[in-house]
Design a binder for this molecule. Structure first.
Ligand SMILES: Nc1ncnc2c1ncn2[C@@H]1O[C@H](COP(=O)(O)OP(=O)(O)OP(=O)(O)O)[C@@H](O)[C@H]1O
Ligand SMILES: [Mg+2]
Length: 403
């Protein structure tokens, strides 16, 4: 699939930008702070409805937006996307609601019709490679869960549904646990009262769907990422799901049997809830479930998050993203849009060439950013049409990089 057209209004530093995008993609050269990452961020938002940068969505609205029109601050992203069998127009609008203490209202339109977030996620598929990604390996478990959730949601709408329901159940259950804690009710009594049993069942229902989705996805992703890593670096990489639950009896060979996975997950979850309930009531918070999961990256037998070099960590993430690209291609029957944000400059020449070759082999629309034309000299990406981003607008780049 490819974006034919991208339009930004009041997004980050752009008052306005309209650009046609070539089907093969583009090389986008621009100085620091010229707006390269913001442009890619907008495309990821169209794919996932959320910003890949942490922080609030309020920050994506241009400072001073709406002032000259005398309206509340707003931002808009719109694209026309050519897919295998059709073409769609997708638009995200953000608007600050002055009545609600600056809360941002998001509205999404598909072909002009208002839709829910859940119906928009994955309509456009994009994979972003960015310098911040290295935090996936070296950072906190929550960033890895966030990555998994975003990735699986794009592949499977039912996962996204389970995720949003689980979030709500977790809130309700935690508030009940707080009450039980305050009133010093003993766990057995609490369970007998029925209310806790109800929220336990809800937690199990949606939690199991999440864990099962992660088991499946990480199994596939891990396998493909291992192959990619071997191709990139010659070394071995194991990406493994680290569930907070004991999933006894689940081995690699049986991950593709959905019924069995579901049974094992449910058994593990029930057992953990039974065992830890007294502690949960005492602490007033839910301590078992997928909101405590993690993903481990092990390279040549060592935990890369702890022992990996910066370059190794980066390569592991690149391998993971290439694997994600493969999965998305499988599920959509066509390649996602590849967004390579300044990742090349951080890799040594040999690994850079490997990544460029891998990206070129995928035959996707690729939008590649960099600060310097010489980065692409001799690269497979030099064949992409070159553009220059300056003062918020894009023009053909007169400084070619000889391929
Ligand atoms: N809400 C906003 N309103 C106005 N400007 C913003 C807003 N958010 C970010 N900016 C500015 O937009 C500019 C472009 O940022 P961006 O990260 O896209 O640049 P970049 O080209 O990727 O830079 P680098 O090469 O350093 O990665 C920065 O100067 C940033 O401070
Ligand atoms: Mg940037």
């Amino acid at each position: 699939m490819h974006l034919r057209f991208l339009e930004l209004e009041q997004f980050r530093s752009y008052p306005r930008l309209d650009i046609p995008l070539p089907p093969s993609g583009m090389r986008l050269r621009g100085a620091n702070a010229s707006g390269k990452s913001s442009l890619l961020e907008a495309i990821v938002m169209l794919a996932t409805t959320r910003s890949p940068r942490s922080g609030s969505e309020r920050e994506t609205i241009r400072q001073g937006s709406g002032e000259d029109l005398g309206v509340p601050p707003f931002a808009r992203i719109r694209a026309v996307v050519e897919r295998r069998h059709d073409s769609i127009e997708i638009e995200i609008g953000l608007e600050v609601d002055p009545g609600r203490a600056g809360l941002v209202r998001k509205s999404i339109r598909l072909n002009g019709r208002k839709v829910r977030s859940i119906d928009a996620v994955g309509q456009v598929k994009a994979v972003l490679f960015s310098p911040e990604d290295v935090g996936l390996v070296s950072g906190s478990p929550s960033s890895r869960r966030r990555y998994l959730d975003l990735t699986i949601s794009q592949l499977d709408p039912s996962y996204l549904r389970a995720l949003s329901r689980y979030g709500r159940v977790l809130e309700q259950r935690n508030s009940l646990l707080k009450t039980l804690q305050r009133e010093r009710i003993d766990p057995k009594g609490a369970l007998a009262s029925g209310q806790l049993a109800f929220w336990d069942e809800e937690l199990l229902l949606h939690g199991c769907a999440i864990v099962a989705g992660r088991v499946r996805a990480v199994g596939r992703l891990g396998l493909l990422a291992g192959e990619q890593y071997r191709r990139l670096s010659g070394g071995s990489l194991d990406v493994g799901y680290v569930p907070s639950l004991d999933l006894l009896g689940l081995d690699d060979s049986r991950r593709d049997e959905p019924g069995l996975v579901q049974t094992i997950v449910r058994r593990g979850f029930e057992r953990a809830l039974d065992e830890r309930r007294p502690e949960e009531v005492r602490r007033g918070v839910t301590i078992v479930g997928p909101h405590r999961d993690d993903v481990a990256f092990v390279g040549n037998g060592r935990d890369l998050g702890v022992y990996g070099s910066r370059g190794q960590q980066r390569l592991a993430v690149v391998a993971l993203k290439l694997a994600e690209t493969e999965l998305m291609t499988e599920s959509a029957g066509e390649a996602p849009v590849l967004l390579l944000d300044d990742v090349l400059s951080e890799l040594d020449l040999g690994h850079r060439r490997q990544l460029e070759d891998a990206a070129t082999r995928i035959d996707a629309q690729a939008i590649v950013t960099g600060t310097d034309a010489s980065e692409w000299t001799g690269s497979a990406l030099a064949r992409l049409p070159g553009y220059l981003l300056e003062d918020g607008s894009i023009v053909a780049d007169s400084k070619p990089s000889e391929g």
